[in-house]
Design a protein around this ligand. Structure first.
Ligand code: RIB
Length: 303
């Protein structure tokens, strides 16, 4: 069983079902409104646990009702929550998800307690990181904390996966050098490289630029098309998506990352197989509304 540590956010997602995004100045009625557990970090940790990995989560939560609800979810999924700590001042993070009729989303974030994760929190979790096979982080917690975690991981030969989401332009070079695998979507790849990712040629160009920044493996997720990989030796390829009808793409990328990490061998010799399995898991996530409630369990993904 793989040992995975996820450093990241916890959000309560409010999902607003709308026909389309409102125009500036327009007032619009929504079709429906619902609340679900979310946060890129929490979603990825839950995906890794449901994929069958022993998963520890490093995160910060508020002192509120939302926290009780989320902690119960984590316990039910068997996450190790020794390093999910409480922030007395800020509330649990929130996300407001505008979900259109085609299953496409736009997300607004209130960071709350997620923004209070410190390097001390990471140092307190150093043992968990050093004993892991793989450490995963995204950008909904502060960069100094991520950098500290990746330093500890690399000192202990732990594989590091950076999901650079939400998109960010000025990722510190120090963090990129500590990253083994970077997994952006097309928008995030463009933010990092300045190259608009629209086809195979631009994808290869963006991946090459990320290799130049010191990253060995670049994985770009391309929604309904699947995922693309590029290795430092310039070999690359596509792993096709499974064709399904998407009703909500929220947490599809998170499911991909959590499942990928839970499958990958230390020497990465099964990269393509792990990507295919992760694509299959995401294809299940998009068929249901909501983030954490739509992430599948291992037995639903086997094929
Ligand atoms: O990746 C999806 C997640 O992004 C949502 O659950 C929301 O909380 C935001 O963090």
């Amino acid at each position: 069983m793989k040992k995975i540590v996820v450093l990241g956010s916890i959000n309560i997602d409010t999902i607003l079902n709308i026909e389309r995004l409102p125009l500036p100045g327009e007032t619009m009625a929504m079709h429906d409104r619902s609340i679900a557990g979310g946060g890129k970090g929490a979603n990825q940790a839950i995906a890794a646990a449901r994929a069958g990995s022993e998963t520890s989560f490093i995160a910060k939560i508020g002192k509120d009702h939302a926290a009780d609800f989320m902690m119960d979810t984590f316990k039910n999924d068997g996450l190790n929550i020794d390093h999910v700590t409480i922030d007395d001042k800020a509330g649990t993070g929130k996300a407001y998800i505008l979900l259109d009729e085609h299953g496409q989303n736009s997300i607004l974030i209130y960071g709350g307690a997620n923004q209070a994760v410190t390097t001390k929190d990471i140092d307190d979790a150093a043992n968990a990181i050093s004993e892991a096979d793989c450490l995963i982080a995204q950008f909904e917690v502060p960069i100094p904390a991520i950098t500290e975690a990746f330093k500890i991981a690399k000192e202990n030969n732990v594989l590091t996966i950076l999901n650079p989401a939400p998109a960010k332009q000025d990722i510190p070079a120090e963090l990129l050098k500590l990253t083994d695998i970077i997994a952006p979507n097309e928008t995030e790849a463009e933010a990092i490289t300045g190259i608009k990712v629209v086809d195979e040629a631009s994808m290869i160009a963006a991946a090459d630029k990320m290799h130049e920044m010191g990253i060995e493996i670049v994985l770009i997720t391309v929604g309904s098309k699947g995922s693309f990989y590029s290795l430092e030796d310039h070999s690359y390829g596509f792993v096709d998506a499974f064709k399904v009808k998407a009703v909500d793409t929220t947490a599809a990328g998170d499911t991909f990352i959590g499942y990928l990490a839970s499958q990958l061998n230390k020497d990465l010799d099964n990269l393509v197989g792990a990507m295919r399995f992760a694509n299959k898991a995401s294809s299940i996530t998009v068929q249901e509304k909501g983030a954490q409630n739509s992430i599948p369990y291992h037995n639903q993904v086997e094929f």
